[in-house]
Design a binder for this molecule. Structure first.
Ligand SMILES: Nc1ncnc2c1ncn2[C@@H]1O[C@H](COP(=O)(O)OP(=O)(O)OP(=O)(O)O)[C@@H](O)[C@H]1O
Ligand SMILES: [Mg+2]
Length: 422
């Protein structure tokens, strides 16, 4: 192995110049040699835009002041349980990560859990109880040996499965602290018994005004959708939707990334990223990263509009590969049949309304587009409200449609249509 590593590192002999190379060593050190400054910028770019990871540093967190203020008020002033919901990639986990840090600074005990299909109520809440020191149990004096030996509330739970009732009894004894339980990816949790137990816990905790609050987060078009199996708790919780980012928030997102990597993005580039991403930070981050890499590749000191256009082409390709053959064929067929306008209308509506196409406004064109979407099986009705609310069967489709149509427009040199310029 060693000679191979050495030969790659010795790029100076010219033999490897013809091949693409890794620019940064796995040890995070930059490789010496030509283009070291650009390589440094590239390494910084990876930190500046992280489309595949939630933002966890406050210094990299853009906008969201209104929604964060509402969340803090709900928790602190109203002492409510909260459900945070919104489209995939809208920034829920990033928001919760910043909320966790702010709560931690305010001396809350914060317990973050990402739910999955196999989430077990007992396992999650045993872990949570294990992170709360006995010191905060009203019946224990600070000098007791159990406290000195690092005991936690989990020590007081009986063996076997834990019930919501036992937990609320235990949490009712908390004093001198507050606990924030964050259940992220709640939409991925098993919908039956697990959700019903969470609902029962929320109810018991509310009834007894305990010092434990739960924040659930997940992908959903509205609150009812996320808690559809547990309508009994709708009165005990506050639903907060994470909205699409405004163009000012997008400016801030790109600005923070640009300042971190030291690569300026000119106004036309920022405008195009903002326009394409339609308020979705995931798309803005992805395009900014690709555009930045493109600018560095052509040794430019500034990321320009054309870099974003090139990035878009790449991202459209990447997104296409993630979609099912079924959706791609349906899209193609509709485009051949001259229904591109209907597709655009549907994707636009979904992207502006957390994935939901709502016919309540009486838009005839949209209603016709929905019929087309249903016929091609790209759309499905949501819940029981037959004939009113719809969504794309495959969640990546609306963003793909928008990016593909803007990509087509850019390639043909035409001005964007009215729907696209929104
Ligand atoms: N406020 C923000 N400032 C900067 N970047 C952000 C912000 N919010 C989200 N992002 C970017 O958008 C991407 C998606 O964010 P995040 O993972 O938080 O979304 P999500 O709603 O939790 O997604 P999912 O539904 O897939 O769980 C992240 O990669 C992050 O880089
Ligand atoms: Mg998330």
């Amino acid at each position: 192995m060693r000679p191979l590593i050495r030969s790659i590192g010795d790029a100076g002999d010219g033999a490897h110049d013809a091949h693409p190379q890794f620019k940064v060593l796995a040890t995070d050190q930059l490789r010496l040699g030509r283009g070291a400054t650009a390589d440094k910028a590239r390494a910084r770019l990876r930190e500046a835009f992280t489309p595949s990871q939630p933002v966890s540093r406050i210094s990299m967190f853009a906008g969201r002041k209104t929604v964060l203020t509402r969340l803090i008020r709900a928790i602190e002033d109203q002492q409510l349980h909260v459900v945070v919901y919104g489209e995939r990639g809208i920034g829920k986990t990033s928001l919760l990560s910043i909320l966790s840090q702010l709560a931690d600074e305010a001396k809350y005990i914060v317990c973050y859990t990402s739910c999955g299909e196999n989430s077990s109520f007992t396992e999650i809440f045993r872990n949570i109880a294990a992170s709360i020191p006995l010191l905060f149990h009203a019946d224990y004096a600070p000098t007791q040996t159990e406290i000195e030996s690092g005991g936690t509330l989990a020590d007081l739970l009986p063996p076997g499965d834990v019930t919501p009732h036992q937990l609320s009894d235990l949490f009712a004894k908390l004093s001198s602290t507050r606990v924030l339980v964050i259940l992220d990816e709640f939409d991925r949790s098993p919908s039956g018994a697990f959700r019903r137990m969470i609902a029962e816990l929320v109810k018991n905790l509310s009834d007894r005004s305990t010092r434990v609050q739960i924040v659930m987060a997940g992908v959903a078009g509205n609150l009812a959708e996320l808690v559809e199996h547990i309508p009994s708790i709708r009165r005990n919780i506050l639903g907060i939707q994470v909205p699409n980012m405004t163009s000012e928030e997008m400016d801030e997102l790109i600005g923070l990334g640009s300042a971190t990597c030291g690569l300026p993005y000119d106004a036309a580039a920022v405008e195009l990223i903002t326009h394409i991403s339609c308020g979705l930070p995931y798309i803005a981050s992805l395009l900014s990263q690709h555009a930045g890499i493109g600018a560095l590749d052509r040794q430019s000191a500034v990321a320009e509009r054309q870099d974003v256009a090139n990035a878009l082409e790449l991202v459209v390709d990447e997104t296409r590969q993630r979609l099912s053959d079924r959706s791609l064929r349906a899209i193609k067929r509709l485009q051949i049949d001259g229904e591109a306008g209907a597709l655009e209308k549907l994707s636009d509506s979904a992207l502006h309304h957390a994935g939901v196409i709502d016919l309540i406004g009486g838009d005839i064109d949209l209603a016709n587009a929905v019929k087309t979407g249903l016929r091609s099986q790209l759309l499905e009705a949501i819940g029981d409200e037959v004939g009113e609310r719809f969504r794309f069967v495959e969640e990546g489709v609306p963003v793909y449609l928008r990016m593909q149509s803007i990509d087509d427009v850019l390639k043909s040199g035409k001005a964007p249509t009215h729907a696209q310029s929104q």
